[in-house]
Design a protein around this ligand. Structure first.
Ligand code: SF4
Length: 233
């Protein structure tokens, strides 16, 4: 018996692989069932010239309504952590491994539900396409789902958090917790500690990018590029 064909989003990709074309095309994707209940697909956001790409799990309730990634409570926490780490959000690209919001309804609330591996695999061509346009220096997986989607199912965030791995999609891939995990911390003290640890991870990423840029271009050229990039984005 022939193997059952697993549908994925490849056939929905546009011919022109630009971020605007991909962002437009993803709204027509029906490669898995998640499009049925979500308001809209939520594609990544940020400049095509970004050198860091943050990848989360999936859009949340607020992202689903607004059509933008990381604009809900976890996104606001990410913004604050980026500021503390000295990383300009306007110079990074943020996206998710799955582009439609998966949830279950409890009364009037829509509660996040983790996407399964078939949904993650179905959606992979969108992530791969946006990464191939951006060609980032560093990909940062936010949370175990994103880390396992990119680094493999045996990846253990608790053991390997903060380490850098070479990957076909980028010279460096690292993983840290998803900011929503900080929001779920049981008390203020733990929330504070987890936030500080998260910021420390982001600072490490910033340093890695700086060192990688200097190794590639020399310290003065890399600083110049930062200035030019800051003006042009
Ligand atoms: S979640 Fe991804 S694969 Fe599934 S319908 Fe949405 S865009 Fe397509």
């Amino acid at each position: 018996m022939p193997a059952k064909r697993v549908d994925d989003a490849s056939r929905y990709l546009p011919e022109s692989k630009t971020l605007p074309a991909l962002r437009n095309a993803v709204q027509k994707c029906k490669a898995c069932d998640l499009y049925k209940n979500a308001t809209q697909a939520v594609f990544g956001a940020g400049p095509a010239s970004a050198r860091i790409v943050f990848v989360g799990e999936q859009p949340g309730n607020e992202e689903d309504k607004q059509g933008l990634p990381f604009v809900g409570p976890a996104g606001k926490l990410l913004d604050r952590a980026l500021v503390e780490a000295g990383i300009d959000r306007s110079e990074v690209y943020v996206t998710n491994v799955v582009k439609h919001f998966k949830f279950e309804e409890r009364g009037k609330r829509r509660i996040h539900k983790k996407p399964n591996s078939a949904e993650i695999n179905a959606c992979r061509p969108w992530l791969e396409a946006e990464i191939s346009v951006i060609k980032p220096k560093i990909i940062v997986c936010l949370g175990a789902t994103a880390a396992q989607a990119i680094l493999g199912r045996t990846y253990r965030l608790t053991k390997e958090r903060g380490k850098f791995t070479q990957h076909e999609w980028a010279p460096y891939v690292s993983a840290t917790i998803h900011p929503s995990a900080i929001l779920r911390a049981p008390d203020e003290e733990q929330r504070h500690q987890q936030f500080q640890d998260f910021v420390a991870d982001l600072k490490q990423i910033k340093n890695k990018l700086q060192r990688a840029s200097e190794a590639e271009e020399g310290p003065f050229l890399s600083l110049d590029r930062d200035k030019v990039a800051g003006r042009s984005r």
